[in-house]
Ligand binder design. Structure first.
Ligand code: HEC
Ligand code: HEC
Length: 266
């Protein structure tokens, strides 16, 4: 009896040791969460964030507007907590992208303080009034789908949620939304929200296009949008178009020709 109890105690201790070892080999999601918590303790220095943003501008452009073909997302005006979470996820390997990864690592971006700084800088940049939209052919359906499936989390006007670090999706480039939606549904985007994955399970191509076209057309409050023709005065010497990144859709008639297909990637 006594031996059995001692054996049991031993087994229990062994089990605890194993759990402790398991906790030490943290998953990418846990590493990212720990860094997120650390960043949230810092007081951001926007001026230092502006300096750190210089490397980001190469791809996301000085304005943070990304590219209309959806390769580079618009990050201007994104919620601070979302930017922090995504940066922590990229560098912990909890979200994969070969372009973004090398610029997220500590050797380039810096530590938790620099993440706090650059996130604060990006969050206050005004957003493009000319993000890429979808075909515009099923907006009523898109509205209905959005209200039934997305609104609870992403907010009535696509404004996201700071406390829950749910991305603002209003005025994001339509092709980027399409690409992320595909990656979230297929499980390719590791940090996808499991509730969202369940919610979009039944979406076919027509529903996806409709809801994301509607989402891309949601307008942030006027004070978050840049005035037409705005360029970021913080980077007066930036050489534009060096990489051929298009921040604005090409000039075209106000009402694009109806088409069921998303615009082709450039
Ligand atoms: C070499 C190009 C490149 C550079 C430089 C770069 N990024 Fe990115 N970034 C990307 C790409 C591409 C994506 C989209 C990844 C994907 O498709 O999953 C991205 C995504 C992001 C996202 C996630 C946006 C979202 O809504 O999901 C954030 C935030 C971000 N970048 C911030 C930054 C910051 C801050 C810097 C500078 C420290 C930076 N990036 C530098 C290419 C780059
Ligand atoms: C249960 C809450 C929830 C629901 C419902 C939900 N989402 Fe999400 N969504 C999230 C969260 C949380 C993320 C960010 C996950 C992460 O990377 O941390 C996200 C990410 C996204 C992204 C990627 C954004 C970016 O900037 O990278 C898109 C696009 C998106 N959702 C669209 C939708 C659409 C459209 C619907 C409805 C059809 C929807 N979501 C329903 C919670 C939700």
């Amino acid at each position: 009896m006594k031996t059995t109890r001692r054996l049991f105690a031993l087994l229990l201790a062994g089990g605890c040791a194993l759990t402790a070892a398991g906790a030490m080999a943290a998953t990418p999601a846990e590493v990212a969460q720990a860094e997120y918590d650390e960043v949230m303790q810092k007081t951001p220095d926007v001026d230092n964030g502006r300096r750190a943003y210089l490397t980001c501008a190469v791809c996301h452009l000085p304005e943070g507007w990304g590219s209309v073909d959806g390769t580079y997302p618009q990050i201007a005006g994104q919620l601070r907590t979302v930017i922090i979470k995504q940066l922590a996820d990229f560098r912990a390997g909890n979200r994969d992208n070969p372009l973004m990864y090398p610029f997220s690592v500590p050797g380039i971006l810096g530590g938790p303080q620099e993440i706090a700084d650059v996130a604060a800088y990006v969050a206050q940049l005004p957003m493009t009034p000319h993000n890429a939209l979808g075909p515009g052919t099923a907006l009523e359906r898109g509205k209905q789908l959005y209200e039934e499936n997305c609104l609870d989390c992403h907010g009535a006007d696509g404004r996201g949620d700071v406390a829950e670090h749910i991305p603002a999706v209003a005025a994001q480039h339509y092709p980027y939304l399409m690409r992320q939606f595909d990656m979230i549904r297929s499980g390719q985007r590791k940090n996808a929200d499991s509730e969202m994955v369940k919610q979009i399970e039944g979406f076919g191509p027509a529903e996806q296009s409709a809801v994301l076209d509607y989402t891309a057309r949601l307008r942030p409050p006027a004070e978050k949008l840049a005035v037409d023709g705005w360029t970021n005065p913080d980077f007066p010497h930036y050489v534009r178009d060096a990489l051929g990144i298009r921040a604005r859709p090409p000039a075209m008639p106000r009402t694009p020709t109806p088409s069921a297909e998303p615009p082709p990637a450039e």
